[in-house]
Design a protein around this ligand. Structure first.
Ligand SMILES: Nc1nc2c(c(=O)[nH]1)N[C@H]1C(S)=C(S)[C@@H](COP(=O)(O)OP(=O)(O)OC[C@H]3O[C@@H](n4cnc5c(N)ncnc54)[C@H](O)[C@@H]3O)O[C@H]1N2
Ligand code: MOO
Ligand SMILES: [Mg+2]
Length: 422
């Protein structure tokens, strides 16, 4: 066997986990860049974020009402209210000027600082104003009709977060809650990881460009666009390259030319045992390091990967279903790791099979699945026909149904593991 035949037929199969570990060994986070806060949504934070002030940084009223000394109103009931003198009105955003002493209260708004001396706030609904309480001076009185415990309706200083506390981990994807925290601590600009640039090459002399007229025996290149959408969803920046014909020299030259400018190369097609499977030929002639060329999984068994001039190259099967699954299992976690993610792999949950699936497999299966939730339970079934050549049902997949190898197939109602792909 010459070296190319060895690659084509003499493949060593490794597990999905081993294949990922091979890839992870070469993943470096991208550099960071600074963007405005609104532009940071969905990006990944470059640094850990610590609170540079307490939240709240003043004793905060949780209601509109009256700041009081709880001991003054200990006996207050509907039938036997306690009357207090109102010495001040405290809108949110202003500091109280006076201290609450025995027999006095301050009218206070939600979110306003509680004045010194007060240890509780009584809701407005539990009071009656005896005069117009909008007059902050003079002999304004309030009738308190309910006693409240000390500390009621007051969030203490640092009740949410203490000064110096760790609040968001670097590598987190910036969601609505993170945006609120970043705004709270004054981050009008945010340091995030640069989006990894991912070049996408589809191979195959049968491929037409999207805008081309259909021709006998040809198909339009759909994988490049599917993969580009997956890259962008994972947080990367997709570079769709012109599709390559089954000419190994052309493929080698095109990939080598783009390598210096990208963080990752994805190819689709040409990894099986066919006469024109050019990516196999490339791996037989290039000066890079082949990491693996067969993975114990279906679909996508011939998925391969290499390290070439310091960059990772993931060669996905051309079958659309296998390309989609291979991306989710290998390329997506790599892109997320480049973005500093601490947990780059898809979230696993348990679901029940909605249909009988009686195709046992020598390798673990990752079936494109459609899930639904009924009374808090997740039910899954294959999205359309479960063949890796099927393209049209990928749009219905929101998870991968993992089925272990061997067995006699699976019955409706069997518990299975699923990995979320959305
Ligand atoms: N004798 C064997 N034949 C095959 C085997 C095998 O073990 N022995 N494995 C099968 C499996 S499994 C897969 S997966 C495919 C892998 O094929 P390749 O990665 O070499 O991909 P191609 O041959 O280039 O294409 C396969 C299929 O996908 C279509 N395709 C390719 N690129 C695109 C694209 N950009 N957009 C849309 N569709 C695309 C292509 O036209 C073919 O129909 O090999 C099996 N064969
Ligand atoms: O490895 Mo293939 O993707 O099963 O059809
Ligand atoms: Mg092929």
């Amino acid at each position: 066997m010459n070296s190319e035949m060895k690659l084509r037929f003499g493949r060593k199969v490794i597990s999905v986990e081993e294949a990922r570990a091979e890839l992870y060994a070469y993943v470096m986070p991208t550099e960071t860049e600074t963007v405005s806060l609104p532009k940071s949504f969905g990006r990944r934070l470059a640094n850990d974020i610590y609170a540079d002030h307490a939240v709240p940084h003043f004793r905060r009223s949780g209601v509109d009402g009256y700041a009081v000394r709880s001991e003054d109103i200990a006996t207050a009931t509907q039938d036997s209210p306690v009357v207090l003198r109102v010495i001040e009105r405290i809108p949110s955003g202003t500091m109280p000027q006076l201290t609450i002493r025995e027999g006095t209260a301050a009218r206070i708004m939600t979110g306003a600082p509680v004045p010194d001396g007060a240890d509780a706030v009584v809701m407005l609904e539990m009071t009656d104003s005896l005069q117009d309480a909008s007059v902050a001076t003079g002999d304004v009185k309030v009738r308190i009709k309910k006693n409240v415990q000390a500390a009621s309706n007051i969030t203490p200083i640092a009740g949410e977060v203490a000064r110096g506390e760790f609040v968001i981990a670097g590598g987190s994807q910036i969601g609505p809650g993170d945006a609120a925290i970043l705004a709270t601590f004054g981050y009008s600009e945010v340091e995030v990881y640069r989006k990894p640039k991912v070049a996408i090459f589809s191979t195959g002399s049968e491929l037409l460009q999207v805008e081309q007229e259909m021709q006998p025996g040809k198909i339009r290149n759909s994988n490049s666009y599917m993969l580009a959408a997956q890259v962008e969803a994972a947080g990367g920046s997709a570079w769709i390259m012109p599709a390559l014909t089954d000419d190994p020299e052309e493929v080698e030259a095109a990939l080598a030319a783009v390598l210096p400018d990208v963080d990752l190369i994805l190819t689709s097609g040409g990894v099986s045992v066919g006469d024109f499977d050019v990516v196999v030929e490339l791996f037989g002639r290039f000066d890079g390091k082949l990491l693996f060329n067969k993975v114990a999984m279906r679909p996508g068994t011939p998925t391969s990967a290499a390290l070439w001039k310091g960059k990772l190259l993931i060669a996905l099967s051309g079958n659309p279903g296998a390309s989609f699954v291979g991306f989710e299992l290998f390329a997506k976690p790599i892109i997320k790791k480049m973005l500093g993610s601490q947990c780059p792999e898809a979230k696993a949950s348990t679901a029940f099979l909605d249909v009988t699936y009686d195709k046992p497999s020598a390798y673990p299966r990752y079936i494109r699945g459609t899930s639904r939730v009924e009374s808090g339970t997740i039910w899954v079934q294959p999205a359309g026909i479960d063949k890796s050549s099927i393209m049209v049902s990928i749009k219905d997949a929101d998870c991968l149904i993992w089925l272990p190898p061997g067995g006699q197939g699976y019955q409706r109602g069997d518990g299975v593991r699923i990995y979320t792909t959305l």
